[in-house]
Design a protein around this ligand. Sequence first.
Ligand code: 2IT
Length: 447
Amino acid sequence: MNVQNIMTNLEVKHPGEKEFLQAVREVLESIEEVYNQHPEFEKAKIVERMVEPDRVFTFRVAWVDDNGEVQTNIGYRVQFNGAIGPYKGGLRFHKAVNLSMLKFLGFEQTFKNALTTLPMGGGKGGSDFDPVGKSDAEIMRFCQAFMWELWQNIGPDTDVPAGDVGVGGREIGYMYGMYKKLAREYNTGVLTGKGSTWGGSILRPEATGFGALYFTEHLLHKAGKDIKGLTVALSGFGNVAWGAATKATELGAKVVAISGPDGVCEIPDGITKEMIDYMLEMRASNRNKVEDMATKFPAATKFTAGKKAWSVKCDIALPCAFQNELNEADAKELIANGTWCCCEVSNMGCTPEAIHTFQSNGILFAPGKAVNAGGVATSGLEMTQNAAHLSWSAKEVDDKLHFIMESIHEACVKYGTQPDGKIDYVKGANIAGFMKVAQAMLEQGVC
Ligand code: 2IT
């Protein structure tokens, strides 16, 4: 494989798909060496096939807002790679959603899902619907209209969507209600992230953040460090940031900053239980303002407009919000302030330049597809429970999540250990995920 040739080809075929091309380049650069040791991959054109989604659905979503006005959005589902199991991955509702974003997410999801040890292919979907400022009734009508179109393309053994940015338990509930009506069967395995009284796995809401902290613990342990007493800055205040803040605090770390599109909220003495609970209200309000935390807890916090979490002094940075939310300048600022570890919890949270800056300065860095895989892994566990028509306790799910995160860390170490003994977690995660999918594609012939 020649990465540059493949990239040039892809750029011609998919001009302007910036995020997608970025994600592909990162993976190809890290697998190139291993790939070229396998002439059977080259002969079967594994990479050339793997960078094209199996199929993509796009559809119109028309709905009526609270003023009686008709609104039109675009809906998508990208079924990226089904070599190792049914398509699995979240739905993102965000005003910036486009095909490039969902193709990058579906591509990443394919390798992430392979890392989880569970049999799940990669998929992603969503809409350019903007939940900010929408009423609950508008969210419901949009979710219903979205599912009206999508339902025929998904199923427990074909494609199983879940949440992502802008889609949580509430949205999954509204979508499931419509699915059930259209399909005329109570097929809980068709979506994950459901309510715990109707087929949802206990711990799914927390799982991405919890899993990220379990992974971080393993990474620190391997480096001879302990998380207790360390300071953590994280971005966002959605579902993922909430789970990460909860577990980081529980493990004895101090979360000293959270952030939003409007700025950063510093919490010098560390986030409290009340503040963590308040994060949920902030998300449900659809206001998308982290300043609300400072307004609610004025004595313990300080809000600065226009600043990111990466301007706050911390040991560990945890991007938990959106792709490319941490750039080269942010990485340099973090390093200057003494940060020595960054675990990406968001998908592709760091730009390639930021990752390069971290790695060349000896900062411990791990990529999203390994760090945040606990979310989709727990979705996989939810699928298992649904298929078996039973429900596991929080402890059973948490034990399995622990085991999975440990396995993912081990896979990164196995494939990412360099001749000098250092671990390149980016390479490790990409190679481990790739090998599994590539092997399956090879065995299933040209299709
Ligand atoms: O990026 C992700 O892994 C998710 N949004 C979770 C997907 C899932 O199917 O639980």
